[in-house]
Design a protein around this ligand. Structure first.
Ligand code: FAD
Length: 310
């Protein structure tokens, strides 16, 4: 059995695994996709002490650093359930999607988050055929074409500004009557001639020709009128959903579905810790996730040395 089993291989999980291994304890790391969201990031300019880097480059460094330690790395494995120990200090069971069961005295969840979907007709059918979630990754595919960004928060307006430099025209559709993005971003977006912002617009359908996106339909919430916009791409930027489905019945989650954690990364179940975007920590950033992973690993280590094996 492991002393500490980390679930997730993003910045939080990688950091946690290194901190655990440096304590000389038996450490494992299971991840469906090593690197997590960082794998989808192009430019990173706020990872302090590294002026500028790229997601895949940072992920390669993360993996190299983890592999430098005695960590049992299990990539391409997804966890489907966690079963708490029968007694405090006992073994926690981690069930993989392939049916295998791993056992560990402590478990550190760092499963991160993923883009929220619109849940409208056509979205799934045209995913990757015009419906996109990552402007950094897919923006260049729409060079010279018309696109929409769904969502007027920081990520939506950032995406619009980013895309406006590549595509012909960007229509931003925001559901509410106000834009929630920072003023500095809104000012920048409004100064760009090829960005149009429409508020009180409820996207109702992704329209396609059977092969790719050709437009979208939205309802003007002021008067109920239905409009169609012709475009080639739709970037959905309506927030992040924490990857916590597999612990919904095991751990205390907040109303957003994030794992509620204490100062040492502890959850409401003894021996189970959490770090990074999957938790209720308010800001979701690489440097924060890494610090959080280190913090929770030290918290879990503290638990291990203080808790007798039953
Ligand atoms: P994640 O990176 O989400 O990693 C989660 C890990 O858990 C992955 O390995 C995943 O495969 C794994 N996992 C999930 N579910 C399971 C499961 N059931 N079983 C096994 N493994 C599982 N932050 C910055 O600081 N600067 C930036 O410039 C920046 N740009 C960004 C650009 C984009 C496009 C995106 C999407 C995010 C960006 N962020 C940026 C945010 C940053 O990437 C995240 O805050 C950070 O990656 C969170 O780290 P994490 O380890 O908590 O989770």
């Amino acid at each position: 059995a492991f002393d500490m089993l980390v679930v997730g291989g993003g910045p939080a999980g990688a950091s946690a695994a290194i901190y655990a291994a440096r304590k000389g304890i038996n450490t494992g790391l299971v991840a469906s996709r090593f690197g997590g969201q960082v794998q989808d990031t192009v430019g990173i300019e706020n990872f302090i002490s590294v002026k500028a880097t790229e997601g895949p480059k940072l992920v390669a460094h993360l993996e190299e650093h983890v592999r430098d330690y005695d960590v049992d790395l299990m990539p391409h494995q997804s966890v489907s359930a966690i079963t708490p120990a029968h007694e405090v200090g006992g073994l926690i069971e981690v069930t993989l999607a392939n049916g295998a069961v791993l056992k560990s005295r402590s478990v550190l969840l760092a499963t991160g988050a993923r883009w929220r979907e619109m849940n409208v007709p056509g979205e799934q059918a045209y995913r990757g055929k015009g419906v996109a979630y990552c402007p950094h990754c897919d923006g260049p595919l729409f060079k010279g074409k018309k696109v929409a960004v769904i969502g007027g928060g920081n990520s939506g307006i950032e995406a619009a500004i980013d895309l406006a430099g590549i595509v012909q025209h960007v229509t931003v559709l925001e559901f509410s009557d106000t834009l929630r993005a920072d003023e500095v971003l809104l000012r920048k977006a409004r100064s760009m001639a090829n960005i149009e912002i429409i508020t009180e617009a409820q996207t109702t359908e992704v329209l396609g020709d059977g092969e790719k996106v050709i437009g979208l339909a939205y309802t003007d919430r002021r008067n109920g009128e239905v409009h169609q916009v012709e475009l080639a791409g739709i970037f959905v930027q309506i927030g992040l959903v924490p990857n916590t489905e597999f612990v919904r019945d095991t751990l205390a989650l907040n109303p957003r579905g994030e794992i509620v954690t204490g100062a040492k990364g502890e959850t409401n179940v003894a021996g189970i810790f959490a770090a990074g975007d999957v938790t209720d920590s308010p800001f979701k950033q690489i440097i924060i996730a890494m610090g959080d992973g280190a913090n929770a690993a030290l918290g879990a280590f503290d638990y291990l040395i203080r808790t007798p094996v039953p």
